[in-house]
Design a protein. Structure first.
Length: 247
């Protein structure tokens, strides 16, 4: 199979990344609906709908904003502006969605934690989306630096690069089953599973960014890594409390 993988069907060249991106949203949402039916939701249907809308709006804004911040020095031409509008990142989507949910919950007065139901659908959705990123090769800015290691792959430009999307797929499988184990064997409070997911995923992304050819740095960190630090600071109280309980 050649990468980028863009098969032609009935004379039309398919965008595998776009197809898998839509599939990720569809399967992730259906998985969420399935999980919601299996357990009692402490949040009313109306409030849950408001929370989902808040998450969607926050994710939309956050994914685009952080996507732009990955290369803020780009020249503002018409062509570049169109590219920036279409640029998005799951990291901004996750953190923007988190902020959108918290804002909506304050508006509607909802006190219950709402994130645990989203954990596994999000992981599955990211997994499917990352397959699309891998198949897109260098057409998507998710590839790694040039490497001489045994893991190097030609992603479409004739150079051996770190297949960071594949690394993430392996991590997501481990994360999925790890979260399942934690859910079954730990007495976490409502909302703690989502916090653990965010801390774990953002921690992984902080590390994997060192293998990517980023072009914009602040204090030696990429925009994504700075967002990871912000996320960890956001959950500092949770980290501190759990470390205290463990000691």
């Amino acid at each position: 199979m050649q990468i980028p993988f863009e098969p032609t069907v009935f004379g039309y060249q398919l965008n595998s990344h776009l197809i898998l991106e839509y599939l990720a949203f569809f399967i992730g949402f259906r998985y969420y609906v399935y999980l919601k039916r299996k357990q009692t939701d402490a949040i009313s249907s109306n409030n849950r709908l408001s929370i989902i809308l808040g998450a969607a709006l926050g994710a939309l804004i956050g994914s685009r904003l952080v996507g732009v911040l990955e290369n803020p020095m780009i020249e503002f031409t018409t062509q570049n502006l169109l590219q920036l509008v279409n640029t998005k990142t799951i990291m901004g989507g996750l953190f923007g969605g988190l902020l959108g949910v918290e804002l909506i919950k304050k508006i509607i007065g909802e006190k219950q934690s709402s994130g645990d139901l989203f954990v596994f659908p999000i992981i599955v959705g990211i997994f499917i989306g990352r397959i699309g990123c891998f198949l897109s090769g260098i057409n998507e800015f998710t590839y790694g630096k040039v490497t001489n290691s045994v893991f190097g792959m030609d992603l479409g430009d004739g150079l051996l690069r770190h297949p960071t999307s594949l690394y993430e797929l392996v991590f997501l499988v481990i994360l999925y089953f790890g979260m399942k184990w934690v859910q079954k064997n730990s007495n976490l409070k409502n909302g703690d599973l989502f916090k653990l997911f965010m801390l774990s995923y953002f921690g992984f992304r902080f590390g994997i960014e060192f293998l990517k050819p980023n072009v914009f740095y602040v204090f030696g960190l990429s925009s994504i890594q700075i967002l990871c630090v912000i996320c960890w600071l956001y959950y500092y109280k949770f980290n501190h409390q759990n470390l205290k309980n463990a000691s």
